[in-house]
Design a protein around this ligand. Sequence first.
Ligand code: NOJ
Length: 520
Amino acid sequence: MVKWLENAVFYEIYPQSFQDSNGDGIGDFKGIIRRLDYIRDLGCNAIWMNPCFVSPFYDAGYDVTDFYQAAPRYGTNEDLKELFDEVHRRDMHILLDLVAGHTSLESPWFKASCLAEENDWTSRFIWTDSVMEETGEISGIRNWLRGISERDGAVAMNCFSTQPALNYGFGEVTKPWQTAADSPEAEQGRLLLQDIMSFWLDMGCDGFRVDMAASLVKADPGHKWTKRLWQQVRAFLDEHYPQAVLISEWGDPKEAIEAGFHMDFLLHSGPTCYMKLFRENPYFSRKGTGDISQFVQTYESYYQLTKQKGYCCIPSGNHDMKRMRATLDEEEMKLAFAFLFTMPGCPFLYYGDETGMRYLEDLTSKEGGYDRTGSRTPMQWDHSVNAGFSTAPAEKLYLPLDTDPARPTVASMTKDSHSLYHTVRELTALRHAHKALQGSGEIRFLYAEPDSYPFLYERQAEDETLLVILNPSDRTCECPLSRRPGEIIFSCRRDDGSDELFWQNGRLQTPPCSAIICRY
Ligand code: NOJ
C-alpha cells in the first residue's frame, strides 16, 4: 500500500464549479489553487479532480478528445502543473480522472478509425463488419452508432452515444470482427493507457481515479481479462512509478483490488447497499426507520476479502448522485459524517457537502448532467457576488447558484461554531490524531442488527481501541455491550437535556440523535 493513503482524506472537486479565477463563469485551475488552503484547513489532504482535458463536454469532460492536453477553459498544462506543485507544497496529493474506456466523437483517434482506408486506428475502436449487422446484447457495450462513417460498420459506445469504446478486446470472441483480449490491438490499448498515465505522473500528479474501470474488455465473464489488463498496468506502475495511486470506479472492491487497484469505491449503483446509508430510507435519518445490517453484511464481506491488500472507500456523494443534503438535514449529516470519517479506507468528501450544499431540483441539464446537474452547481463561498464563485454576470455562470437566501456558505458556516463545517473539521482532526481511525485500523462491528438502532463498532490500531456509537434515531436506544466504554473523545448530540450515554450490567443506553466516540 502506498504510505500516504493510510491517513488520506479526499476532497472531490468538480472543476467547473469550484472557483472561477478569470471571470468567465466557469471554475479553473488557478481558482482551485486559490482555495487549496481552505481544503487543507478542512482536514482534507488529498484531491480527486474530475476530468479536465480537451473535450466537447457532452458528458462533463468524460468524453475526452485530447488525453494529453488540459481543456483551455480550466487553463494550460503549465497551470495544471502549478496546481500539482501547489498541492505538494501543502503536503497534499492529487489524483486526476482517467477515462480509460472511451474517447469523444471528436477524438482524432476515433476520427481516424471512421475512415474507409486502413490506418493505425482502424482496429482500436470496436466496429462490426457491416453497418446493419445485428449485434445482440454484448456485456460492456451500451449501444451502437450507425451511419456516421465512410467505413462500413456500426461502432460500439461505452456509455452515452458520444463515447466510442476503445478496443481492449473480448473475453469471449464470437464474431469475426471481435479481437481477443490478448490480441495486439488490445495490447496497444493498454500501452496507450500507460503512456497517458506516464505523461501526467511525470508532470507531478499522484495517480488516477479510473472511470468505468471494469468496462474495458467486453464479453468478459468475471472480468477475467479486464483484471489481467489492470494487473499489467499496476505492474508497470510499480516498476516505474511506485508511489502512483489507482482508485477504481468498479463498485466491487474484491474484484478491483484483485485487479491491482489500491482502492475501490462503494457506489450508488453497486450491490453494497450504499444508498441505504444516506439516501433511500437512510439509516442516518432521525426517523429511525433505516436498516444498517445489510450494509454491514456487504461491507464486512468486502473488508474481510480485501484488508491488508487495499481499501473500500465510502464517498459522501459524488457528481453522479443527488447530494446527501437532499435526504438529510445538517444535524443528520453530522452523524453521517461521524460514520464516514471513522470508517477504514479513505473517506471521500464531495465539494460543498461539508457546508450542507443542497441538491437543486429541476435544473435544465448541462453537459450531459440530467438529474445529476443539481449536484454540480457552483460552490457557495461567501456573501459577495455569485457567492464568491465568480465575478461573471449571473447568467454566464456554468450553472445557476442556489437562490435560497438561506443557502449555506463557507463564510456563514465557519462563523458558527456549531455548524456542520466545524463538525467535519473536528472529525478530520480526530482521524489524523488516531491511527485506529485511519485507513488500515481494524474494524469490528459490535451491534448492527436489522431494523435497529444504535450502530456500534470498534476501530483498533497498535495499542489503541476506539468505540464508535451512532444513534441517528430520534429516540433513546439500547443494545448489549459487554464492557463499560471509556473516556469520550468526540461527542455530537442534541443539546436538549435528553439522556446521557449510560452503561450498566452489559447494556448501553444511547441518547437520541447522537454520535459518540470513546476509548475502549
Ligand atoms: C462515470 C462517471 O462518474 C460519470 O460521470 C460518467 O458519465 C460515466 N462514467 C461515463 O464516463
